[in-house]
Design a protein around this ligand. Structure first.
Ligand code: A2P
Length: 283
C-alpha cells in the first residue's frame, strides 16, 4: 500500500474501501472484515451511510491495531452549524466507538458550512478528529467557503475518473495542498470507460484488468481512490496496483480521455433540496 501525506502531516492509505449503500445489518461488518483481510487499511464511511456501527465493530474485531487502520466518516447536512456539528461529531464518535476518527468530512457543502467547520477544527485540536476535510465542493463552492477557513481542508472528496478529471478544481486545490479523494473512480462501472481502447491496450500490456489500469492512472496522478466492489476478486485486485507504473506517454493518453463533465453537479438547481430531504440521521 502506498501512502499520501496530507497538508496537516498525517498519512493516508492511497486506496480506500467505500461502504456507501452497504446496510448496517451485518453486511457492512462482513464487507469491512473481507476488505481488511484483503489488505485494505482505509475505510470510507459517513453518518448518512447508516453503517458506522458495523464499521467500528469490524475494525475492533479484526485484530489489527487501531493505529494501522484509517477511518473516514462524514457530517450530514442536518448537523451543519456550530452546535449541530458538535452533536454530529459526537454521534459519529459514539457509533464508530474507535476512540478517534482519522478523517472527518463536511459531506455536502450547503447551509452553515463555516460554523460546522469551526466545530470540526476544535474537535481536531482536541484529538477527536485527526484530519478534517470537505466533499463535493466544485470550484465555485470552494471559492465561496475555503478562503474563510483558518484550517485548510486536508481533502476534497469529489467524483473523479478518467472521463471526469476535475482539472480546474485540482489547480485550485493545489494552492492549499488539498488532496483529491475520488468517488466513482471507476466511473461507477461505466462500460464505455472500462472498454475504452486506451484502457484495454494498457491492460493487455501490463497483464492487469481495466479497473487496475484506471486506478493506477489515478494514483499516479496523486489522487486517493475509493473503488467500490462487492466482488471478492475485484476487492482484492483493486488493491493490487502498485507493482507496475504507467509511462509519462501513457499517463498523457489517459489524461486525454477527460470529457470535463462529471455526472454530479453540486451547483445544479434542486440538488441541495434533494439531498436535504434524502436522509435523517438518528441517535
Ligand atoms: P462489482 O461490485 O461487481 O465489482 P465505482 O467505484 O466507480 O463506483 O465503480 C463501482 C462499479 O465498478 C461496481 O459496479 C463494480 O462492480 C465495478 N467494478 C469494481 N471494480 C472493478 C474492476 N476492477 N473492473 C471492472 N469493474 C469493476
Amino acid at each position: 500500500m502506498e501512502y499520501i501525506t496530507l497538508n496537516d502531516g498525517n498519512k493516508i492509505p492511497q486506496v480506500g474501501f467505500g461502504v456507501f449503500m452497504i446496510p448496517n445489518d451485518g453486511s457492512t461488518y462482513d464487507a469491512v472484515l473481507t476488505a481488511l483481510k484483503a489488505g485494505y487499511r482505509h475505510i470510507d464511511s459517513a453518518a448518512a451511510y447508516f453503517n458506522e456501527e458495523d464499521v467500528g465493530k469490524a475494525v475492533r474485531d479484526s485484530g489489527i491495531p487501531r493505529k494501522e487502520i484509517f477511518i473516514t466518516s462524514k457530517l450530514w447536512l442536518q448537523d451543519h452549524g456550530y452546535e449541530g456539528a458538535k452533536i454530529g461529531i459526537a454521534r459519529s464518535l459514539r457509533k464508530l466507538d474507535l476512540g478517534y476518527i482519522d478523517l472527518y468530512l463536511i459531506h455536502q457543502p450547503y447551509g452553515d458550512v463555516a460554523c460546522a467547520w469551526k466545530a470540526m477544527e476544535e474537535a481536531k485540536t482536541e484529538g477527536k478528529l485527526r484530519s478534517i476535510g470537505v466533499s463535493n465542493m466544485s470550484v465555485n463552492i470552494w471559492n465561496k467557503f475555503i478562503p474563510g477557513f483558518d484550517t485548510k481542508p486536508a481533502v476534497n472528496q469529489v467524483e473523479f475518473n478518467p472521463l471526469a478529471q476535475q482539472k480546474k478544481l485540482r489547480e485550485v486545490m493545489a494552492q492549499t495542498d488539498t488532496k483529491l479523494e475520488a468517488w466513482y473512480p471507476l466511473g461507477h462501472g461505466n462500460e464505455s470507460l472500462l472498454t475504452n481502447s486506451v484502457v484495454t491496450a494498457l491492460a493487455e500490456k501490463y497483464g492487469k484488468n481495466a479497473g487496475q489500469i484506471i486506478l493506477r492512472f489515478e494514483t499516479q496522478e496523486g489522487v486517493i481512490v475509493l473503488p467500490k466492489s462487492t466482488n471478492p476478486e475485484r476487492i482484492r485486485t483493486n488493491l493490487d496496483i502498485f507493482d507496475f507504473e504507467l509511462t509519462e506517454t501513457e499517463i498523457e493518453e489517459m489524461r486525454s480521455l477527460d470529457t470535463g463533465k462529471p455526472s454530479h453537479d453540486p451547483e445544479a438547481p434542486g440538488v441541495e433540496e434533494m439531498l436535504r430531504g434524502a436522509f435523517v440521521i438518528k441517535d
